[in-house]
Design a protein around this ligand. Sequence first.
Ligand SMILES: [Fe+2]
Ligand SMILES: [Fe+2]
Length: 265
Amino acid sequence: MARPRIVLRDPNRFKDPANLSWERYVALQARERERYLAERATLPEDALAYRTVSPRYLERAVDQFANNYYSELSATHYIATAAANAPFDELKKCCLFQLADEQRHLEMDAEVFHRAGIPERDWLPAWEAPGTTCRFFRHVLELEDSVEILVKANFVAEGAAGPGTFAVLADGAEARGDLFSAVNHRARVRDETRHISFARALVKALIEDDPANLDVIQRWQDESLQLFVEVARGGARREWWDGFLGSYYKIALPLGLRPTALPSF
Ligand SMILES: [Fe+2]
Ligand SMILES: [Fe+2]
């Protein structure tokens, strides 16, 4: 069966909520970078060398590091596809700025792996193991339609992994002595918030353009959340999963979407 597609008939309905130009974007990124480096500079050398965490923490955290690193790596690829195939320039611009953000996040997460002393050969197997975000991102990487990519990856996945879950991740890492991951999560969330808001503006424009688009968006939401279920299977990451769905429904339900039927744990 052919994949359903959505076309925004009136592209003027979509405006970048952050109202960024190249000049404004570069200035904003420079400020972000300065803030990040200042926060990182407050971390003790021992924390940056991962001597403040237990060996057991590191063993278990490899999964989480892989979820962080490979979702950012995937993001650099799928958002480049979305930019290349963008149906109008305002959307292409948002995708291109996001591409630069995701590259920065990717480098932060690679540094975590290196500083924690995890050999590169262990990274990919950790992500391909059951219970990670791998299945969802591999699905998105197969897509070519910009609107479908942005609805699934930015609106659903980033909307879900938004402020709530990054706060859980940051606090959890900090409580276990992983101060570097905590600083990274708090830095990343400021960009992700912008990615979510332009995707939300796109979804809103699509529904206003043609209310029948809501059904296709609902279907994309259901497909996406079902691919994420395994991350919470067996009750692992319960707190994370509740925050994940909670963050997403907070933005999706007011737009007329319904909760997805998911197995309970
Ligand atoms: Fe990111
Ligand atoms: Fe993002």
